[in-house]
Design a protein around this ligand. Structure first.
Ligand code: NDP
Length: 484
């Protein structure tokens, strides 16, 4: 049977775009459909705008530090609309870069929603139908909110980048990557941040000591973090709420998006101050409530049922180690498969898919020892096993140091950093490396190379320290703090 294309990719995020380009470079005839904006979550409403907001939010401390270092500078005020306009210009530019990459690779772009009709056919929202030998589902995920009364009054990370006005106070619900990053960003931008996390400590699954320090540093910076706490119910605040003691400093002028908003608040029914009741009975009013309570794979109304593609309990496309679904012509990569929700992982899954399907070289994406960073203030970088995971697996030695770094100590700040290596007693291999420090994301990328290569503690020790740096501690920790 002759198909219109060798490959039809649904979704123009990082994974889909990379797979389309690389397959086209192999000589495949490729098309890609994207219903919204090219670049997907990472570029349009995730990693990129988030990181730019991290940078924006870090200046407040820098002004104070600069004074300690002899500079005569005053605290500035943050111009959110000005920054937001600049931010969206940058996102527009990046979207065009993505588009240009696809055009340059001769990938045909459809600015339309696509759904599967059968294992080889997609139907576009324009009414057109196209056939392909292979279909790659790369539709990503979307934020999900808990099912509590009036949850629609909350916003998600999608809306943060579009707000016409900075709230004066916000409740952030959740304790994962997004909740903690936005707690720090918004706090840095001067928003009064309260965070509720239902568990005993934020950043579940990460090394206990490292996440404990992040939580402490977040509190030190003024974030009102409540553990073992969740939102029970919420509703639009009334005038009585605003006048009462439950008021948290919300701005009475907040409310429906102002009429001069260049970018309207989109999906959420964002309607101004929200009254909330927590599981511990506390009643409070916030200008906004942000749900950062996980993400759901985008598989609704994709026609997966019609094509016979198996979907899992969380709505994810179920795939094997080669990213192939139960229907041989249909593959899926990235967040829609609910494996590891990280951009570089989606990109690697896309490359492995092309290697397997278009280069005749069956390749499994490698999900082992993936370094990652949480862009809190300070950042946390991590690769490999936490102390808790490692000690369940085998006998270990733990090397750990925590101290006040020179730069911020000089400025009179109480910030501490943490450097930690979890080492196998038997093989001496470094099983995990955990860093809480400014620029921990940059550090863990490099430490990740060593850990991935299987470096032992003695390999780390053989490396001469770079002095004076924070990261030199990684090669100078001589005595284990404990064995387990
Ligand atoms: P996470 O899965 O990291 O965190 C979700 C949080 O919401 C958890 O604390 C979870 O609690 C909590 N939660 C879930 N359901 C409820 C509920 N019903 N009520 C209250 N709390 C709830 O998801 P995120 O949304 O933060 O991020 C999604 C993914 O995006 C991440 O897993 C990560 O892979 C990726 N990401 C990566 C970033 C980076 O690399 N820097 C940055 C941002 C996102 P519990 O722990 O108890 O389950």
């Amino acid at each position: 049977m002759a198909f219109d294309y060798d490959l039809f990719v649904i979704g123009g995020g990082s994974g889909g775009v990379r797979a389309a380009r690389v397959a086209a470079a192999e000589g495949a005839k490729v098309a890609l459909a994207e219903e919204y904006r090219m670049g997907g979550t990472c570029v349009i409403r995730g990693c990129v705008p988030k990181k730019l907001m991290v940078f924006a939010s870090s200046y407040r401390e820098s002004f104070a530090d600069a004074r300690a270092y002899g500079w005569d500078v005053a605290d500035g005020t943050f111009d959110w609309p000005g920054f937001r306009t600049h931010l969206h210009k940058e996102l527009d530019r990046l979207e065009q870069v993505y588009r240009g990459l696809l055009d340059g690779s001769k990938v045909q772009i459809f600015d339309a929603r696509a759904r599967l009709k059968d294992p080889h056919t997609v139907v576009l929202s324009t009414g057109e139908e196209r056939t392909a030998k292979h279909i790659l589902v790369a539709t990503g995920g979307r934020p999900s909110a808990p099912s509590i009364p009036n949850a629609h009054l909350g916003i998600s990370s999608n809306e943060i980048f579009l707000m016409d006005k900075m709230p004066k106070s916000i409740l952030i619900v959740g304790g994962g990557y997004i909740a903690c990053e936005f707690a720090c960003i918004l706090n840095g931008l001067g928003v009064k941040v309260t965070q509720y996390y239902r568990g005993a400590q934020i950043l579940r699954g990460f090394d206990d000591e490292a996440r404990g320090l992040v939580a402490e540093m977040m509190r030190d910076r003024g974030i009102d973090l409540h553990l073992g706490t969740n939102v029970l119910t919420m509703r639009a605040a009334d005038t009585e709420d605003l006048a009462s003691a439950t008021f948290t400093g919300s701005d009475p002028a907040m409310g429906a998006a102002s009429s001069d908003a260049a970018i309207p608040i989109s999906d959420a029914e964002y309607s101004g101050p929200v009254w909330t009741k927590a599981t511990n009975g506390t009643e409070k009013v916030f200008d906004a409530v942000l749900f950062a309570t996980g993400r759901t794979p985008n598989t609704d109304d994709l026609g997966l049922g019609e094509a016979g593609v198996k979907v899992g309990r969380r709505g994810e496309v179920v795939v094997d180690e080669y990213s192939q679904s139960n229907i041989p012509s249909v593959y899926a990569i990235g967040d829609v498969t609910n494996r590891v929700q990280l951009t570089p992982v989606a990109i690697r899954e896309g490359m492995a898919f092309v290697e397997t399907v278009f280069k005749g070289n069956p390749t499994k994406p490698d999900h082992d020892l993936i370094p990652s960073a949480i862009f809190t203030q300070p950042e946390m970088g991590t690769v490999g096993l936490s102390e808790e995971e490692a000690r369940d697996q085998e006998p270990i030695e733990v090397y750990c140091t925590s101290f006040r770094p020179m730069q911020t100590a000089f400025a009179g700040r109480s910030d501490r950093v943490l450097m930690k290596l979890v080492v196998s007693l038997e093989t001496r291999k470094v099983l995990g490396c955990h860093i809480v420090a400014p620029q921990a994301g940059e550090m863990i990328q490099l430490a990740g190379v060593a850990v991935k290569m299987g470096a032992t503690k003695e390999d780390f020790d053989r490396v001469c320290a770079v002095h004076p740096t924070i990261s030199e501690e990684l090669v100078t920790m001589k005595t284990p703090v404990r064995t387990a």
